[in-house]
Design a protein around this ligand. Structure first.
Ligand code: PGA
Length: 248
């Protein structure tokens, strides 16, 4: 069965609740699609108004992060159950900004992935190498380590339903996109890694996105690659261009 393309916006720490509602309104007709799944991953405080604003449209809502504990004394954190109850369907886990600035390690991310599934959320698990790692020729070793560690104890059926986003750190917010060949090569490497860990059917089913300076002019070529099933889009998800990326 062919994998359905999924294009997700990662709003990061942008958009106040009122700006968020306005953006949803502006994008509404531009992101319509029968063939592509469209997701807005938004800041926690925007979730409730955005869920309301996209009601009756094809847009699904995602969170940018969550905590793995059920509930209790974790000041400032948001649980998977809270997200689910608010109408969230997807959650980004392990974005390189979370790994880097907030010191989230693979052991923690593994707990988050498992908790997301438990709550009925679909994880968008991010992985990716630094420029230094690419130059040292350890890109695939590093990414395989991330994927293997983050998926400990995750079942084949769960992996089939999830999304993995390959985001080379050096391409995020830099305007420096990976070449189509580089992006395809790593996305295929991730699929091969899933085949080794699970089986061919699981590898065939899991959706793998590319992220890192995706824009209206490079989306078609990137998403046209055999192992790239869409994109995780930062900067360009905050403007009308996002509609062009969805309808690449
Ligand atoms: P960018 O961000 O599209 O602005 O490079 C992508 C991301 O960090 O998910």
């Amino acid at each position: 069965m062919a994998r359905k393309t999924i294009v997700a916006g990662n709003w990061k720490m942008n958009m106040t609740p009122s700006q968020a509602v306005k953006l949803c309104e502006e994008l509404k007709d531009l992101v319509k699609s029968d063939t592509v799944d469209v997701v807005y991953c938004v800041p926690a405080i925007d979730i409730i108004p955005v869920v309301e604003a996209v009601k009756g449209t094809n847009v699904k809502v995602g969170a940018e992060n969550m905590y793995y504990e059920e509930k209790g004394a974790y000041t400032g954190e948001i649980s998977a159950e809270m997200l689910k109850d608010a109408g969230v369907e997807y959650v980004i886990i392990g974005h390189s900004e979370r790994r880097d600035y907030f010191k989230e390690c693979d052991c923690m991310l593994n707990k988050k992935v498992k908790k997301a599934f438990e709550a009925g959320l679909t994880p968008i698990l991010c992985c990716g190498e630094s420029l230094e790692q690419r130059e040292m020729n350890v890109t695939m070793d590093w990414i395989r380590l991330q994927i293997k560690s983050d998926l400990v104890g995750v079942t084949a059926d769960q992996v089939k339903s999830m999304v993995i986003a390959y985001e080379p750190i050096w391409a995020i917010g830099t305007g420096k996109t990976a070449t189509t060949e580089q992006a395809q090569e790593v996305c295929k490497g991730i699929r091969d890694c899933i085949a080794e860990m699970y089986d061919a059917a699981t590898a065939e089913a899991v959706r793998i996105q590319y992220g890192g300076s995706v824009n209206a002019s490079n989306a078609a070529e990137l998403f046209g690659q055999p192992d790239i099933d869409g994109g995780l889009v930062g900067g360009a998800s905050l403007k009308a261009d996002f509609g062009k990326i969805v309808n690449f």
